[in-house]
Design a protein around this ligand. Structure first.
Ligand code: NAP
Length: 302
């Protein structure tokens, strides 16, 4: 029995995934949040394939330990840029360092993300999940966009989530001041906003040779959510972990999207790891996308 379209993601998660033998020797790949989980796995795949890595991370100790590990395992000399993506000024500074330090960008992977069960605000005054998962990569990508266009062929990968299916995006209440906060819906709102702006970025880049796609990395065992209270942490550590998969599958999927020759011209799509899939109708609403683009521009000060 074939599942209805809105449940197709369940079937897609079980399908055999695509892989590639293509290498990325010498290609400059920037990845945010490489210190843990999905990003750490992707950084390993990229380093293994000879890519030149720039890891944008918030924790200097964790970043230097991953850098050292990649050096020992693959002989990669990854560069580290320290930036807390809950602060837009730090996102801007990271982008400036990249623009000043590197002549081209071949791959940008917007991976850093968080999940909170309770409402918190960043120092800039934004709801944290929306700020880190959507506003920061939105600003970062915009600041690097012309360089990516000059570097074609270039690829941008948005590490998004099936969590966008939780909904929650309300343009009149992005800070959750009018609604009771729901961590899943706040996560859904940020991921939906990111998807909507991905289609806008894609239109802007069309025919430039630079592409942008979004992906769900799988339901995998990582540290996401471990910043929450002890009950959530215990739930994740002792219950969820049994149903979650090895995050290595996420790294492999990101690598496929970054390196596979058959992906060179594909843009503006959403993938369940490597399988193309339709996101929710809300996440495909282009008029909502135009609105969230303008609001996001205003919020990040572009
Ligand atoms: N795990 C899943 O099943 C799953 C499913 C769907 C989507 N995703 C997405 O996958 C991405 C990676 O998450 P993960 O599961 O790998 O979680 P994770 O293990 O917690 O890794 C998240 C990464 O983001 C970094 N990060 C968090 N807040 C940051 C900030 N303010 N500034 C800069 N970096 C920050 C973390 O840095 P630290 O190491 O310093 O904490 C870490 O490197 C996220 O976008 C998430 O939404 C994950």
């Amino acid at each position: 029995m074939k599942l209805p379209e809105e449940l197709q993601f369940i079937e897609n998660a079980r399908k055999p995934q695509k892989t590639t033998e293509a290498r990325l020797d010498g290609k400059l790949c920037i990845i945010t949040g490489a210190t843990s989980g999905v990003g750490y796995q992707a950084a390993n795949c990229l380093a293994k394939s000879g890519a030149r890595l720039v890891m944008v991370c918030r924790n200097p100790e964790k970043a230097s330990s991953v850098k050292e590990e990649l050096r020992l395992k693959f002989g990669t000399d990854a560069d580290v840029i320290i930036a807390d993506f809950s602060r837009l000024s730090k996102v801007r500074k990271a982008a400036e360092e990249i623009l000043a330090g590197y002549p081209r960008i071949d791959v940008l992977i917007n991976n850093a993300g968080v999940h909170f069960t309770h409402c918190t605000q960043t120092e800039d005054g934004f709801e944290t999940v929306f700020a880190v998962n959507h506003l920061a990569p939105f600003l970062f990508t915009n600041l690097l966009l012309e360089k990516l266009k000059e570097s074609t062929p270039a690829r941008i990968i948005q590490v998004n989530s099936q969590g966008h299916r939780f909904g929650g995006l309300d343009l009149t209440d992005l800070d959750w001041s009018k609604r009771k906060y729901n961590g899943y819906k706040a996560y859904g709102a940020a991921k939906t906003a990111q998807l909507l702006t991905t289609w806008e970025f894609s239109d802007y880049l069309i025919d430039s040779g630079a592409t942008i796609n979004a992906m769900h990395p799988g339901e995998v065992r990582t540290n996401i959510g471990m910043n929450n209270g002890w009950m959530y942490r215990a739930y994740q550590r002792y219950l969820l972990r049994w149903v979650l998969k090895d995050p290595a599958i996420s790294g492999e999927a990101i690598y496929y999207l970054a390196a596979a020759p058959e992906m060179a011209k594909i843009t503006g799509k959403y993938f369940n790891r490597t399988i193309e899939e339709k996101p929710t109708p809300q996440a495909q609403d282009r008029s909502l996308g135009a609105q969230i683009w303008k609001i996001s521009e205003h919020m990040v000060g572009l």
